[in-house]
Ligand binder design. Sequence first.
Ligand code: 13P
Ligand code: SF4
Length: 336
Amino acid sequence: MGLELAYSDDVARATESLYAKVSGVIPRIEWPAYAPVIAEINRLKREKDAVILAHNYMTPEIFHCVGDFVGDSLALAREAARTDAKIIVQAGVHFMAETSKILSPEKTVLIPSMEAGCSLAASITGADVRLLRQKYPGLPVVTYVNTSADVKAESDICCTSGNAVKVVETIAKDFGVDTVIMIPDKYLARNVAAQTGVKVITWEGACEVHERFTAQQIRDYRAAHPGIVVLAHPECPPEVVAEADFAGSTAAMINYVGDHKPQRVVMITECSMSDNVAVEYPQVQFVRPCNLCPHMKRITLNGILHSLQTMTFEVTVPADIAVQAKAPIDRMLAIK
Ligand code: 13P
Ligand code: SF4
């Protein structure tokens, strides 16, 4: 990298307000290792006209100290469509970077690790969607954003966990049908079917993080922590969602904590969520069993720095696929 990054007095001063924010989740002794990298990333962002779109599953030093826009998949997609910056660094997984590139084709989209995949995106291809259409002609295809561009390109509309219910209700009405094809997450599809009354034909995909939670675990948390509020992500199996007090996207879970300020809460989702939300709500006690997403965790502070220094790894989408994939994303974004 050529440049020696040191925890100088200048760096300490420039990053002190950031440390004040994350002091509850990052020990002081670790800060000298983070601070110079954070300062250099924030300098490079200004120099290169770059923004960092950081998903809620990023670790706190990324989420709170270098992320320009943070949020769930839906919020990050909206921001990617809106930003004026020349460069987008996606602090998230590959399908999110592809979505940003599809929505902002004139911008350079970088991801710090090409290995940051997703078990859902890996479960299905565009050819699979064409076969589903042959098998169920006339039914709309609702595709979770956690998919590759070629799968989106074969779809009628996309959805995220934040708008899935609305999207399914809207598209069923538009097509005049009581059944939709909803891919690739079998659990999200079943959870949405239970909430809407719209029938779903789905796919055998699952999130490797959320599928591991069980209903018994939730009953155990309730027994161990009487009165605890249980929030679950809709990628969890339906029997887990049924045991929760509330199910919603990562942003919806954060909003729930902000609106209700429960005394004690458990978030049935990826590990970094509780750390990030605890920073904002120190008065709320977080019980923190969680599952790590190995893909999200490939994005590190040093990786982001390297990405900005070397302009790697650039995410591209073939022009014809990008045009076809943009239509179902735009259709989703038009639903308020
Ligand atoms: P949301 O942030 O849209 O809820 O998505 C969760 C997720 O698993 C993204 O990979
Ligand atoms: Fe994919 Fe699940 Fe990881 Fe999100 S948390 S990137 S859905 S594997």
